[in-house]
Design a protein around this ligand. Structure first.
Ligand SMILES: [Zn+2]
Length: 531
């Protein structure tokens, strides 16, 4: 089978990349899904029969205006685009009234958790995601070669690529003794592991500096690891040290790391998550633009919700959980206990699904006391309980500025299940609400930010655009109907308006029905292919 990247003339790719640079303003640029279950047997290798997608309106991912055209797919690759007549033995998909776009690339996905047990990844497929980029927030499968081989051998519905996680590498070297700076010897071991993972095809280095064990690393340690990723043409992607009061300081640290390691960098799920930084989206965008002017290549991804989901411990930066004043301050900064929804709480099912304000009212206790009990039961000595919170801590106006910004792409920050609706609703939400209802950006630009922009950023030179020679990752949807339906009460509710999702030329969603085909591939950083 032909490899699409060689079908696409290098000169044309340079043109595309150049267009992208111009387009980004010179920025170097209700149904619930099955979860868990027993491990499945490898599926038969999906067969990519020839397809003709006829009568649709193409939005090609480059930002160009839509046009009516047909798309021919042969051997998993886009063969031809134009006014086409069906060939013999070709399946015709009627795309009349539908938008035909490249498959969406999720630049911050947690689909690696449980993928082998849930390889159909229905909640990703149904929203049009054809490539999920995992190994985020500093956590990756180690060694990556085994994980990518397993993805390829077991067959999954969508393409998977991964970063090497700084936190995973740090844990492998420092074990339980991680609450300190690394020694020179430990750093050397970490760098060797990063090198090994880059050689296995990692897209770059991810970090989660707000979480254990990344929290305890110095900027210099991250710079040294990022330098190794840079050597292999990778990028640095980070859940920054603080997304609340010190968000801008944390973005500056990321820019500093990019500068010192000479590596392109991306802020993961960019947000301004406390009352002290609300309204600072323009200042944040200026910070990024200024860095780009100085030759430091900084971008970001964002999910379209004003609430985040994480563990309750991130409400305060302190690790002294007896400090009532610190908890109170943290609560004030997210706008109070009404903004904190306890979405997961295994020690007491009665509390799950309620806000801290509701629990306080029902129990007659104050919110800080309740937090401390939750933390004791889930993070204390010998605790076995689990917790998760959904916190409405961002402002819609800041979010809209990020969503409209030409160099910011989209991500779900979601897995195959979970209690935040972003995991099932992100892409249809952008298309239905931010494009159609609120006119925050055009459909052409939204598609570009879901496809070619992330493809270029992640180093995929054969995906992200509807151009002959590219791999046939294709989504068909109704621009007048597409919308998310997932909510915090029903976080896995399927979106509507998407009817076909084609991965490597094989329909995985076919006229609204999951086919059970699993044509996804493990994607490795393309420097490997260039060797
Ligand atoms: Zn994160």
């Amino acid at each position: 089978m032909n490899n699409g990247r060689f079908l696409l003339a290098p000169r044309f790719w340079r043109f595309l990349t150049l267009s992208l640079v111009v387009a980004t303003g010179g920025k170097g640029m209700s149904r619930a899904y099955a979860q868990g279950g027993p491990a499945v047997n490898p599926a038969p290798i999906a067969v990519a029969g020839p397809l003709l997608i006829q009568g649709g309106t193409i939005i090609d991912g480059t930002g160009a205006k839509r046009k009516k055209a047909d798309v021919r797919v042969v051997d998993g690759v886009i063969r031809e685009i134009g006014r086409l007549k069906p060939a013999k033995n070709e399946r015709v998909i009627n795309a009349e009234g539908l938008i035909v776009a490249p498959g969406f690339i999720d630049t911050h996905s947690h689909a690696d958790g449980g993928l082998m047990e849930n390889p159909d990844a229905e909640s990703q497929i149904r929203q049009g995601i054809t490539t999920a980029i995992v190994g985020q927030d500093g956590g990756s499968h180690l060694p990556l070669a085994d994980f990518l081989d397993e993805v390829q051998a077991k067959h999954v519905a969508l393409n998977i690529a991964s970063f090497v996680g700084h936190g995973s590498v740090r844990s492998a070297v420092m074990g339980e003794d991680y609450k300190r700076a690394a020694t020179a010897e430990e750093e050397a071991k970490m760098e060797a592991l990063v090198e090994m993972e880059m050689q296995s095809g990692a897209l770059g280095l991810s970090s989660g500096l707000e979480y254990d064990p990344g929290l305890y690393s110095t900027t210099e340690e991250v710079v040294d690891c990022a330098k190794i990723a840079a050597k292999y043409g990778g990028i640095y992607i980070s859940h920054v040290r603080d997304e609340e009061n010190e968000a801008l300081t944390s973005f500056r640290e990321l820019i500093d790391i990019a500068d010192k390691a000479r590596i392109p960098a991306q802020i993961s799920h960019i947000k301004l998550g406390s009352s002290n930084v609300w309204g600072k989206a323009d200042e944040t965008l200026r910070l990024m633009a200024d860095a780009n002017k100085r030759g430091i290549d900084v971008t970001a991804d964002v999910y379209p919700y004003t609430y985040w989901r994480s563990t309750i411990t991130v409400i305060t930066p302190t690790r002294d959980w007896t400090d009532r004043a610190a908890w109170q301050k943290g609560l004030d900064e997210v706008g109070g206990p009404a903004n904190v929804l306890l979405s997961t709480y295994t020690p007491d099912a009665k509390w799950q699904g309620k806000t801290l304000e509701q629990i306080a009212q029902e129990t007659g206790r104050d919110a800080v006391t309740i937090i401390q009990e939750i933390v004791k039961n889930t993070h204390g000595e010998g605790a076995t309980g689990r917790e998760g919170v959904v916190v409405t801590a961002m402002k819609e106006d800041d979010l809209r500025r990020f969503i409209a910004s030409p160099g910011i792409m989209f991500c779900t920050d979601g897995g195959l299940g979970g209690s935040h609706p972003r995991a099932a609703g992100t892409y249809p939400r952008i298309l239905g609400r931010y494009v159609r209802e609120w006119h925050v950006l055009t459909l052409e630009d939204a598609i570009r930010k879901m496809t070619l922009l992330p493809a270029a950023r992640m180093g995929f030179d054969d995906r992200g655009a509807l151009i002959a020679g590219m791999k046939a990752d294709i989504v068909l949807f109704d621009a007048d109907k597409v919308i998310d339906t997932a909510t915090t009460a029903e976080p896995m509710a399927a979106p509507i308006g998407l009817s076909y999702v084609i991965v490597n030329g094989v329909p995985v969603l076919d006229n609204g029905k999951m086919t059970g085909q699993r044509p996804g591939m493990a994607l490795r950083r393309s420097w490997l292919a260039e060797k």
